[in-house]
Design a protein around this ligand. Structure first.
Ligand code: IPE
Ligand code: IPE
Ligand code: MG
Length: 248
């Protein structure tokens, strides 16, 4: 029997930070601090597990409407974590790519993003996409605008559509094989709406700050046991069905 493959592209909705902090009797934002440490540990765990692309949902466009104190805390933590970890990420062969609407950030934040992306640009071991001030619909809208910007009335719709599709595939270079969402909710919350079309979904009650290599490995095992058909009929299933039909 053919060995089941590990996911090449893993996407994670890192949810449950606030609830975790509350359970510990702490302020919500402490959950984000712990969550950032778990994110770093998870990135390293992915490097040793044949995963070549990892997309982490760290902040949604909708999250920006939370209490300003929490939003500012998350942005500061994001910048501090990038600065603290950039050398280690680089030495581990990780290429960092920040996804999302950047207009909301001041020049200090943008400078750190550019610095880390530039430093790690040539790394090949793991492509790390961090979705920060991101929304799936925003990404589709951006690709649409990019496509029409470069096409006028004389170019045909097919060419414009190709440009649109290409733009969507430019930053996220492959579709995720597996999506993990922690925190117990079973929804996408505006994450990667285009790219998740055929992704296997894994939901866990574990709150993100308690996520461990054990849960990661469990999710990978579950993924390996799934039968990915992409709308097709697998030969063995087909033969069995055909046999049953002819026998009746
Ligand atoms: C996920 O944790 C992190 C962000 C959305 C920024 P939450 O902050 O949503 O934590 P819960 O879901 O309220 O516990
Ligand atoms: C999704 O979590 C966004 C991130 C984890 C960054 P939310 O906590 O914002 O999702 P909802 O509000 O429960 O859908
Ligand atoms: Mg949440």
């Amino acid at each position: 029997m053919q060995k089941k493959r590990s996911p090449k592209h893993l996407a994670i909705i890192m949810d449950g930070n606030g609830r975790w902090a509350r359970q510990q009797g702490m302020d919500r934002v402490r959950g984000h601090t712990q969550g950032a440490e778990v994110a770093i540990a998870t990135i390293e765990a992915c490097v040793t597990r044949e995963i070549s692309e990892l997309t982490l949902y760290a902040l949604s466009v909708e999250n920006m409407n939370r209490d300003q104190r929490e939003v500012s805390f998350i942005i500061k933590l994001f910048v501090e974590t990038l600065l603290k970890e950039k050398t280690r990420l680089h030495e581990n062969g990780i290429r960092v790519n920040i996804l999302g609407e950047r207009k909301a950030f001041d020049s200090g934040v943008l400078q750190v993003i550019n610095e880390v992306e530039h430093l790690t640009a040539k790394n090949k071991k793991l492509k790390l996409n961090i979705a920060f001030n991101y929304s799936g619909r925003w990404q589709i809208k951006e690709a649409f605008f990019r496509a029409i910007e470069t096409h006028d009335e004389s170019t045909c719709a097919i060419q414009a559509y190709d440009a649109f599709e290409k733009s969507l595939g430019k930053v996220i270079t492959s579709d995720p094989d597996l999506l993990i969402r922690t925190g117990g909710e079973m929804r996408l919350s505006n994450f990667m709406l285009w790219h998740l079309a055929y992704t296997e979904l894994f939901f866990t009650e574990v709150l993100w700050p308690s996520f461990s290599e054990e849960t990661l490995d469990h999710a990978i095992q579950v993924f390996k046991s799934r039968d990915r058909r992409f709308g097709q009929i697998k030969d063995d299933v087909y033969i069995e069905t055909k046999k049953k039909i002819t026998a009746t």
